[in-house]
Design a protein around this ligand. Structure first.
Ligand SMILES: CC(C)(COP(=O)(O)OP(=O)(O)OC[C@H]1O[C@@H](n2cnc3c(N)ncnc32)[C@H](O)[C@@H]1OP(=O)(O)O)[C@@H](O)C(=O)NCCC(=O)NCCS
Length: 340
């Protein structure tokens, strides 16, 4: 018999549950394969495949902005949820590649999809941002402040990629994913969440230029400061540690064990990181949903895109316990268990 999750320790959640009532995603048309990358930097399909599992990634068109991709994913999620864009109360866009530093990308999305009554803000939690958004969104619903929240993860990482740095440029891609959150009884309920950060590691994955610390000037424009900087090995280690602990915390809080989890949707950064987590959690790899071979690491969009693919392909079914777990620069990490 299927185990019932423990009621959340945060009592308000037992009063108003939160469901994911629609998912959507969007990926740009242009594919950049590993073979294409060998023409740009000194790399090989063999190196990229064995170190990361990535085979290709999508690259947005020059005039395609993060808000364009976010809006397309959002409209698909709203359509699936059968929710009119006009009824959205809150739009949260998780992104490290906003259209502009301000206004928020969420405001551009609001205009594009037509949600005049929504409050709009962006979430800056790097690759973990989408699940931070789900947590923030659900707090507004459980508290009764809002009824309908749109949470989007969207990235145009190609715009902050250093295409001369083989250590990073092979890893990332563009795309967007979205969910609609509402209170609709128990179905598709968010039953457990955990978010966390550690500011001691701000220097292992970051973009040094373009903010108030180091504005881009004529003198430093050649230094690639407004691109992703990463210490790969350290990030790798921290990714495994923090996603493991976040997964355990979400299961513990829900009163579930690894045997109860039908599907794990992890951050899509590197297949070896996912294998490391599967091994340590003792969950067979075939219970992990992986699509990074097609899209690379799309940061805040990755789990949102994977969730939509898992949902639409029937990989996750009604009643399944789905564990999503993410990790990103900051450091930031988050986990969410949903009863689908
Ligand atoms: C980046 C990463 C794939 C590198 O793998 P790794 O096992 O640490 O790398 P290795 O030690 O095997 O190889 C490093 C060597 O490969 C070289 N190399 C790096 N990128 C390369 C590429 N694209 N093609 C060929 N060689 C490459 C390096 O220059 C280095 O060479 P050297 O030893 O001569 O200096 C890995 O560290 C990683 O995935 N880190 C986490 C990254 C991540 O997930 N970031 C986002 C988090 S949200």
């Amino acid at each position: 018999m299927k185990k019932q999750p423990r009621s959340s320790p945060r009592s308000h959640r037992t009063q108003r549950t939160v469901s994911i009532v629609g998912t959507g995603s969007y990926t740009p048309e242009k594919r950049l394969t590993n073979a294409d990358l060998t023409k740009i930097v000194d790399t090989s399909d063999e190196w990229i495949t064995t170190r990361t599992g990535i085979k290709e990634r999508r690259i947005a068109a020059k005039d395609e902005k993060t808000s364009d991709m976010a809006s397309r994913a959002a409209l698909k999620a709203l359509e699936q949820a059968d929710v009119d864009p006009k009824d959205v109360d809150l739009i949260l866009v998780a992104t490290a590649t906003p259209d502009m530093l301000f206004p928020a990308t969420a405001c551009f999305v609001q205009k594009k999809i037509g949600s005049p009554k929504a409050a709009c803000l962006d979430i800056s939690a790097a690759c973990a941002g989408f699940l931070f958004g789900v947590e923030i969104g659900q707090q507004f619903i459980t508290s009764g402040t809002h009824d309908t929240v749109l949470v989007i993860g969207a990235e145009k990482l190609s715009s902050i990629t250093n295409w001369t740095d083989r250590n990073t440029c092979v890893l990332f891609g563009d795309g967007a994913g979205a969910v609609v959150l509402q209170h609709r009884g128990r179905a598709h309920g968010v039953i457990s969440t955990h978010i966390g950060s550690d500011g001691n590691f701000t220097d292992i994955l970051y973009m040094p230029g373009g903010g108030s610390n180091t504005p881009i000037t004529r003198d430093n424009a050649h230094m690639h400061l407004a691109t992703i900087h990463m210490h790969g090995k350290e990030v790798y280690k921290q990714a495994v540690t923090s996603m493991l602990s976040a997964s355990k915390k979400a299961m513990e809080q829900a009163g579930l064990t690894t045997d109860d989890i039908a599907c794990v949707i992890p951050h899509q950064a590197n297949l070896r990181i996912i294998e490391g987590i599967a091994d340590r959690l003792k969950i067979p790899l075939d219970r992990f949903f992986v699509n990074l071979d097609k899209y690379g690491n799309t940061s805040a969009a990755a789990v949102a895109m994977a969730l939509d693919e898992a949902n639409r392909s029937g990989r996750i079914k009604r009643g399944d316990y789905v564990l999503m777990v993410v990790f990103g620069g900051g450091l930031t990490w988050a986990s969410t268990i949903v009863e689908w």
